[in-house]
Write a protein that binds this ligand. Structure first.
Ligand code: NAP
Length: 251
């Protein structure tokens, strides 16, 4: 039996990068998947096609997670399409590395609105849809939460906030059969890390030099860990921050 057979999963920010890979790996393990995107409709439809071509089930649904009414519509659509929800992955996120002198109210609020508030909105809607059977939440945090880097003060703070939410909610949800955990990826090669200029940079070379496994991560490295956390194999894991980073150290 596949690890996520008969499960319904919603992955935010699944049109690209880590989220797209999680959606595909979940579907390959039998989950029906809601592929959320903000603006990249064509990319989201490609993810859905890859899943259905492989015999899986998925739909693409637009919603900006930082807008509460969008999130409510997203979960309504999930309910109308699949009737229930078992797994939420809060993956939608942006990273804006900038010196503190350049931080503005706009760049601060944008990162916190999407990375933190968007995850809270999604969790609020998800727990309603989980109902009495419970469910499973995975927050895609970052190694930057534990090991903040220069110019990453605000981004790192968003992920530290998300991890704190993970731990608090693992306790708040006591008795409701809801597990919640954070995954903390190291640098992963994605559309986002390419356009941020990380891939091929001196920064990436430094990170790889400090990574015992000697390479940058790929989206599937994170997706495989997400499948494990979403599955019954991780049934006793709750409120944890799990690094998936090749063992990066010393930064
Ligand atoms: P990416 O390639 O830039 O893709 C980002 C995804 O998030 C896209 O699907 C995008 O959809 C979606 N998104 C952005 N804003 C959104 C919003 N307001 N509402 C809904 N969806 C939104 O990103 P990635 O590198 O895969 O990163 C994914 C997650 O992993 C992020 O939370 C990031 O912080 C975390 N992470 C990444 C790395 C890394 O090195 N890549 C390392 C550690 C942690 P549209 O294209 O439609 O806008």
């Amino acid at each position: 039996m596949k690890k996520l057979e008969n499960k319904v999963a919603l992955v935010t920010g699944a049109s690209k990068g880590i989220g797209a890979s999680i959606a595909k790996y979940f579907a390959a393990e039998g989950a029906k998947v809601i592929v959320n995107y903000a603006s990249s409709k064509t990319d989201a439809e490609k993810v859905v096609k890859a899943i259905t071509d492989n015999g899986g089930t998925a739909v693409a649904v637009q919603a900006d997670v930082s807008i509460q009414t969008d999130v409510i519509k997203l979960f309504d659509e999930a309910k109308n399409t699949f009737g229930t929800l078992d797994i939420l992955v809060n993956n939608a996120g942006i990273y804006n590395y900038q010196p503190v002198e350049e931080v503005s109210a706009e760049t601060f609020n944008q990162q916190f609105s999407i990375n933190v508030l968007g995850s809270v909105f999604a969790i609020q809607s998800a727990v309603k849809l989980f109902g009495e059977k419970g469910g499973n939440i995975i927050n895609i945090s970052s190694g930057a939460s534990n090991t903040p880097l220069p110019t990453g003060s605000v981004y790192s703070a968003t992920k530290a906030a998300l991890d704190t939410i993970t731990i608090a909610l693992s306790k708040e949800f006591a008795g409701r059969n809801i597990r919640i955990n954070s995954i903390l990826p190291g640098v992963v090669e994605t559309e986002g890390s390419h356009s941020a200029g990380f891939i091929g940079s001196e920064f990436e070379a430094k990170l790889v030099a400090n990574t015992p496994l000697g390479r940058t991560g790929q989206p599937e490295d994170i997706a495989k860990a997400a499948v494990f956390l979403a599955s019954d194999d991780a049934g006793w894991i709750n409120g944890e921050k799990i690094s998936v980073s090749g063992g990066i150290y010393g930064l």
